[in-house]
Write a protein that binds this ligand. Structure first.
Ligand code: SF4
Length: 426
């Protein structure tokens, strides 16, 4: 009987990395938190990244912006704090709808050691209690793109009010429609009360305390997990709600915490489960038997490898992740059959050598690596799409599987149309 991958030795790599920075998280966080504003304290590069990642918003007043550090700021010739205070005052005067302001650090603000934590304290005194000012870093120095959300949520924890109430806290910025599905399932199972971090509006900010248990919906929330634990809340350890199996086990772990039998969960999920299995089966016809290689990028790699190997019939060659948190990922590793290489961190050239040597059917990687690999005749999947697309729980399980089937179908179609081009690449 397979014992899973929990005890598999991990290949630790500490070399050059190819990842997006944490500012990327603002793209989905600003949609989720409807009265928050994300002010990036950065350079024109940061502003361009946000604009191109988000698309230009013409009709809506956006909920993010960049306070540009000019050369004179970077050279220490201007008082960046004074300029920041002025920018914030101007923004809040123009936008009374903003109730929460996040000062977001970037590479340039970190390089000049602009202390945004102190700036946030100072600005909270000036603009509170109407506006809460917090700060986190989205800098690309030594971070991956999903760490932006983790840093943002972790920054909120110390400011949460306290409560002695026994409650469930759902942690992770899910699209509203997916969050509503999760809340509906939990309500049918009988889990109550349930709060969300982040909340959609500041007035719904959750309180936490010693009787708060929390369930993560995303596997990249290591710092938030640590901050909540420090604040006295307790983590419910479970596989993540991707696919039928992950969603069911996640709900059962929560139900057990509230003294509810697993049979109740089975009964509630029976219909969505059938729908999900049918949708997954459609994509699995393309995925079954195909070999997949995960480069470390989104931090979703381990739960996705579990879903794709167990529910879609894929074979994992290497599962790379930027960070391996046993507390968070242990239940996933227990389910993944022994065989794939587990790697943590990256030395991109060595890892590309392993991709070329194993020639997987599909490589999950960042945008910067996808094009060169495609040019070599290898099918790729952009990891960033996995956080921009609703993929959690039963109703999205088919879409999740389809995200991986699509590049394989496209690759097969290209091969039929241009056999010589791909053969030459191979
Ligand atoms: S935070 Fe750093 S990596 Fe990200 S866009 Fe700004 S300069 Fe580039």
């Amino acid at each position: 009987m397979s014992t899973g991958c929990r005890d598999t030795p991990v290949l630790k790599q500490r070399g050059q990395r190819e990842v997006f920075c944490g500012l990327t998280g603002i793209i989905w966080l600003h949609r989720k938190m409807q009265d928050a504003f994300f002010l990036v304290v950065g350079s024109r590069t940061c502003a361009h990244l946000l604009q191109s990642a988000a698309g230009v918003m013409i009709f809506a007043e956006p909920r993010f912006g960049t306070a540009i550090l000019e050369e004179k700021d970077l050279a220490g010739m201007a008082d960046a704090n004074e300029e920041l205070d002025r920018e914030v005052a101007r923004l809040l005067a123009r936008r009374p709808d903003i109730k929460q302001l996040f000062l977001v650090g970037s590479c340039p603000s970190e390089v000049i050691k602009l202390d945004l934590a102190r700036a946030a304290e100072r600005l909270s005194v000036i603009h509170g209690p109407n506006v809460r000012v917090l700060n986190f870093s989205g800098s690309g120095i030594e971070t991956t793109f999903t760490q932006g959300e983790d840093a943002c949520l972790a920054s909120m924890v110390p400011a949460l009010p306290s409560t002695p109430e026994k409650q469930l806290l759902l942690v992770g910025a899910l699209p509203d429609v997916v969050e509503d599905q999760a809340l509906a399932l939990l309500a049918q199972i009988g889990v109550t009360p349930v709060r969300c971090l982040p909340s959609r509006r500041v007035q719904d900010t959750p309180a936490i305390g010693p009787n708060t248990v929390f369930a993560l919906t995303q596997p990249f929330l290591g710092d938030t997990h640590a901050a909540l634990t420090r604040a006295g809340a307790r983590h419910i350890s479970a596989p993540f709600p991707f696919g039928v199996e992950g969603s069911t086990l996640w709900l059962k772990a929560i139900a057990a915490e509230f003294g509810i039998a697993p049979e109740k969960v089975d009964q509630v999920v029976a219909a969505p489960r059938v729908r999900a299995e049918k949708a997954i089966a459609a994509a699995a016809t393309t995925l079954r038997g195909k070999r997949i290689f995960f480069m470390p990028d989104s931090q979703l790699e381990i739960p996705l490898a579990r879903f794709l190997t167990r529910e879609c019939g894929m074979d994992a060659i290497e599962i790379g992740t930027p960070y391996l948190h046993t507390d968070l990922h242990g239940p996933e590793l227990d389910l993944i059959a022994e065989g794939p290489t587990l790697s943590e961190g990256q030395d991109v050239d060595l890892q590309l050598d392993r991709v070329r040597a194993s020639r997987p059917d599909l490589t999950v990687c960042g945008l910067g690596l996808a094009n060169p690999l495609e040019a070599e005749g290898l099918a790729t999947k952009w990891a960033i799409e996995l956080v921009f697309t609703p993929v959690h729980f039963f109703e999205q399980a088919g879409d999740l599987a389809a995200l991986f089937a699509r590049p394989l179908r496209r690759h097969a179609a290209l091969k039929r149309q241009h056999p010589n081009r791909l053969e030459a690449a191979e």
